[in-house]
Ligand binder design. Sequence first.
Ligand code: G3I
Length: 403
Amino acid sequence: MLKLSASLVALAALVPLVASQAAEWGQCGGIGWTGATTCVSGTTCVVSNPYYSQCLPGAASVSPAPPSSRPAGTSTAPASGATSTAKLHTLAKAAGKLYFGTATDNPELTDTAYTAILDDNTMFGQISPANSMKWDATEPEQGVFTFSGGDQIASLAKTNGMLLRGHNCVWYNQLPSWVSSGSFTAAQLTSVIQNHCSTLVSHYKGQVYAWDVVNEPFNDDGTWRTDVFFNVLGETYPQIALEAARAADPAAKLYINEYNIESAGAKATALLNLVKTLKAASVPLDGIGFQCHFIVGEFSGPALQTQLSTFTAQGVEAAITELDIRMTLPSTPALLAQQKTDYNSVITACMNVESCVGVTVWDWTDKYSWVPSTFSGQGAACPWDQNFVKKPAYDGIAAGFSA
Ligand code: G3I
């Protein structure tokens, strides 16, 4: 009995210590969590989901838990809506970045309430075509090129004085069947890629800031995607596409664009090795696109910053190319507050890496987001809601550029 009391006294003496710093693998945040919100040295507080953050090993500094880990009801984040009246591209430029931009798509351009916001070049200094420059849209039959959709987006960028990102030359998806199901020799497919990239990039010569020349070449486990390009040409196809693009528009920045490279892992390592190989062989490569299709509460800003630094150390620039942060519906004030934190973390990561040149959201409004049709039950991924009302995420972006 006496022994137990002594133990309790000893335990009580430890409580302030436990509450001040969570141990490795310990909880450090989450909705309703009232314990420690910083981690012991050598670990970082990483959000697992809105309800649970954990101290994970591998980082040198102590990181605070995100604001949403405060007990429910004490959050200072607005439950809905944004308060900032600043314009995002203006803020990005003032912060030294080239642009804040958005994807857009041709069917949306008939929505005048949508275009009234899209056309504001203080809000968006850059646009990307979500679909109309892809292979199925631009060369549906071999040698037959159709640029009407892409031209509409390019002309919008020109009229509004916005930068244009070209998306994309070579991708396993949205290929016409003559490519994806074609039977080619290596020489034939080399010529097909050269003709496609060259014609596409030449058509927009002088109008495009950067091209996603190669899109999503790797599987998540770091192996190459076994699409028609890899199956016929092996690891040589990026070089073929990049060289054709360089010859077609020497002024355009040439990118490889990928997802799930925003934290360390097999896929990021595979891409980093490809970058090293291409640079060592003097293949034209200027940038890496970090798509950043995230889930609320499930990514680490510091990890993204590390990846941006790691890649740009190879002599390429980087851009956040397709940012959105989805949640399981319905949205709640807590999820929207976490989403604000997450958007802020992405902007902060880019801000902290000089060669991260800009940020593009993969459409600015939930009305035209690709997410709900792809991930059942998920959505609300964009900084504006489906009624074009700015969400707390908007404030997170604005604050990130203003810090
Ligand atoms: O064009 C057809 C139309 O004829 C048909 O009536 C309609 C019926 O569903 O489909 C239309 O095609 C759709 C196409 O978008 C154009 O709207 C496809 O079904 C649809 O799957 C396709 O989705 C696009 C998706 O890429 C395809 O993978 C999204 O809009 C586009 O935002 C998305 O963008 C990709 C990036 O290119 C690469 N990174 C990931 C990102 C999100 O998936």
